[in-house]
Structures are given as structure tokens and as C-alpha cells.
Ligand binder design. Structure first.
Ligand code: PMP
Length: 285
């Protein structure tokens, strides 16, 4: 079956879908994106993703190309046309097409909107989660506005590649003070030997993950002790458990950091439980 993309007002076969070479997304990564999980054909926590999208756009002074309710219709339609039951839907908005010039276009241009969706075999995610993933650490080298979900992801690309080449699945950034900020495409968590779940506050140095936010609410409901504070790679190496969160990975256990086993070196009970329970606390639409 051919894949369908929504591009600037039209649903098109992926192989025919294109944007201008003068699109500022292409020229400058002058755009933002969102990724929503699709589960049993429904979108997970879409309203929260759209709220974050709106915030990213407004921080960059890019106009919302249409009301959020219309974007929601398109997201659903792309999922439907691609017959995705389990997977992700991707949305990207760039500042639009204009003659190449670093400053904003002088005349008003319409932002470009692209939406795609793809299937991810849920068995594959379950397999990864059963095995647990390895992470490496890399120096934080991103700009200070990583709270904006921008398509400018070159440091993230290089960090993920470094992880791959080291036989790991994710890279955790470590800031100048020696604390983990987050993963190249996920938020980072540990579980202390006292059973406290720890993650860095979203006030600085991280993207405020939607999965992270929902999980914090789940922790409260499940009466699991939670601390919002930075932690170091050494504390992670010595922790009972670790895991990462992202819409595309839900809760993914981490079993090693820089080659050191974490806890038993297998997925821990807290991470496994949170992965099982997560969708009870998510909103479906
Ligand atoms: N941090 C970064 C850098 C990410 O790319 C992602 C995934 N997009 C996350 C955190 C997790 O965010 P979410 O739970 O909203 O997918």
C-alpha cells in the first residue's frame, strides 16, 4: 500500500509529495514538529501535543496555519488514510517559502504544513522493552532553547549516531555541571535504591515531554514517590533502575549506561509497571 502525506492542503502519495527547495524548513530548519503515538487507531494525548505545538510556534513567531481543531482533523485523516493502527503520526510546520535570507521574510508567507504517519510494529517495541536499552553519555552541545520542539536537530542526530556506533540505543546529554539533561529524543529518568523515581525539572535544559508530563500524573495516582531534580551519570549507574520516555517509546527501560549495568542489568519492576500502566493515564482521541 502506498503511503499518503498531507502537504500544504493536499493528501498526496508520498512519492509525489514535496515542498519547495526554498522552504525555510529545508534551508534553515526554521520550523517545529510534533510526534503523537497512534494506538489502536487512536491518537494518544493529542490535545497536549497540540498545546505544545502552539507554544513552540509562538516562541518562534511562526503563525499557526489553521485552527488546532482543523489540525486534529488532518492528523486523524492521515492516520486513517495510511491505515495505521499502531505507530506514530508526525506533523511539521515551517515558517514557509521565501527567497533565502536569514531574517524573517519581509512579506507575509504562509507556513508550510506536512503530516505523515507510519506503522510501528508493537511487538518490536515490546521486544526492546523486554530486553532494555543501553545509553551512552555525550556532552550537552545544544542551544539553550531546547524547550522549543524545533526541527533543528543536528546535535541530536549526531548524539543518536554516536549511541548507535557504541552499540547503544540512546545518548544522554550531560550539562556543564555534570548533570544529565535528557536523551537525544527522550526524557531521562532513574529509580533510586529507595524506590524514588527521579527526573530533571522541565524548567531548564529539556523538552517538556508529553509522556513525561502524563507519567508524573500517573506516579501520583499510583502513589509512587517522585522527585523532580537533576541527577548525574554516576548516580544513574548506581541506581536501581533507569528508563526513558517519549511518545514513540512510551516508557523504555534502560539497562546500561556507558557500559555499566544499571541495577540487575535487566528491566526493573518500576519501569515495567509504568510501561504497562501508562495508557490508563493517557487521553485517547
Ligand atoms: N526530549 C527530546 C529531545 C525529544 O526529542 C523527545 C521526543 N520528541 C522527548 C524529550 C520526549 O517528548 P515526548 O514525550 O513529548 O515525545
Amino acid at each position: 500500500m502506498s503511503r499518503i502525506a498531507y502537504v500544504n492542503g493536499r493528501y498526496q502519495e508520498m512519492r509525489d509529495a514535496s515542498v519547495s527547495i526554498e522552504d525555510r524548513g529545508y534551508q534553515f530548519a526554521d520550523g517545529v514538529y510534533e510526534v503523537c503515538e497512534v494506538r489502536d487507531g487512536r491518537l494518544v494525548d493529542m490535545p497536549r501535543h497540540l498545546t505544545r505545538l502552539q507554544r513552540s510556534l509562538s516562541e518562534l513567531r511562526i503563525a499557526l496555519p489553521m485552527p488546532l481543531s482543523s489540525l486534529a482533523v488532518i492528523l486523524h485523516e492521515v492516520v486513517r488514510r495510511n491505515r495505521v493502527r499502531f505507530g506514530i503520526v508526525y506533523l511539521q510546520i515551517s515558517r514557509g517559502v521565501a527567497r533565502r535570507d536569514h531574517g524573517f521574510p519581509l512579506s507575509r508567507v504562509k507556513p508550510s504544513l506536512v503530516v505523515t504517519a507510519r506503522t510501528i510494529n508493537p511487538a518490536k517495541g515490546a521486544e526492546n522493552a523486554a530486553r532494555g536499552i543501553k545509553v551512552i553519555t555525550v556532552p550537552e552541545n545544544r542551544w539553550p532553547r531546547v524547550d522549543i520542539k524545533s526541527t533543528a536537530l543536528l546535535p541530536n542526530v549526531l548524539a543518536k549516531q554516536a549511541a548507535r556506533e557504541a552499540g547503544a540505543y540512546e545518548a544522554w546529554y550531560v550539562d556543564g555541571d555534570g548533570f544529565v539533561t535528557e536523551g537525544s529524543s527522550s526524557n531521562a529518568w532513574i529509580v533510586t535504591k529507595q524506590g524514588r523515581v527521579v527526573t530533571r525539572p522541565d524548567s531548564s535544559g529539556i523538552l517538556s515531554g508529553i509522556t513525561r508530563g502524563v507519567l508524573i500524573e500517573a506516579l501520583e495516582a499510583l502513589q509512587i514517590r517522585f522527585e523532580e531534580r537533576p541527577f548525574t551519570p554516576a548516580e544513574a549507574a548506581d541506581a536501581a533502575e533507569a528508563f526513558v520516555t517519549a511518545a514513540s517509546m512510551i516508557v523504555m527501560p534502560v539497562v546500561a549506561i556507558d557500559g555499566h549495568a544499571i541495577g540487575s542489568g535487566t528491566p526493573g519492576p518500576v519501569a515495567r509497571r509504568l510501561r504497562e500502566q501508562f495508557h490508563r493515564f493517557a487521553a485517547f482521541s
